[in-house]
Design a protein around this ligand. Structure first.
Ligand code: ZN
Length: 148
């Protein structure tokens, strides 16, 4: 803070300095928030805790109970092989979606599997687990088995 005497000698200079300072603080804050948002998005996508947070939110949106605890989910997540349940394509866990075998049932042990985005989109709300396993086999043969 400028002393009162200096301030009144040249008020414009101090007003400008104060404006610049505030703008800088605001820009830094935006930068800080942007970085924070990226960090939290990464956390949600790549960590078991983050993924749990996501299914919790999605259950809330669907007005469905969440019948798996964070501890159970993390254990499940770490034990899973990183490939799609339907087409068996290997992938990073962060790219695999948490799929509910039966869409009418909540997220809980026995009703969740990793699925790739393709299979999850194809299955949608239309195909059952059994039907999708047949389609998954087709997807595997047509889409990626030929590539390796
Ligand atoms: Zn798949």
């Amino acid at each position: 803070m400028p002393s009162k005497i200096n301030y009144w000698k040249n008020p414009d200079k101090y007003r400008k300095a104060s404006r610049d300072c505030n703008r800088k603080r605001y820009e830094n804050d935006l930068e800080f928030r942007k970085k924070g948002a990226i960090r939290s998005e990464n956390w949600r996508r790549t960590t078991a805790k983050g993924r749990y947070c996501t299914i919790k939110k999605s259950s809330r949106i669907r007005k469905m109970p969440l019948e798996i605890t964070q501890k159970e989910f993390i254990k499940w997540f770490n034990e899973q092989k990183p490939n799609c349940y339907y087409c068996k394509k290997p992938n990073n866990k962060e790219n695999l979606e948490i799929e509910r075998l039966d869409n009418n049932m909540p997220y809980k042990l026995g009703n969740i599997k990793f699925a790739c985005h393709d299979c999850n989109s194809v299955k949608g709300e239309i195909l059952s687990e059994k039907e999708m396993l047949i389609v998954g086999k087709l997807i595997m043969e047509k889409k990626w088995k030929t590539k390796i």
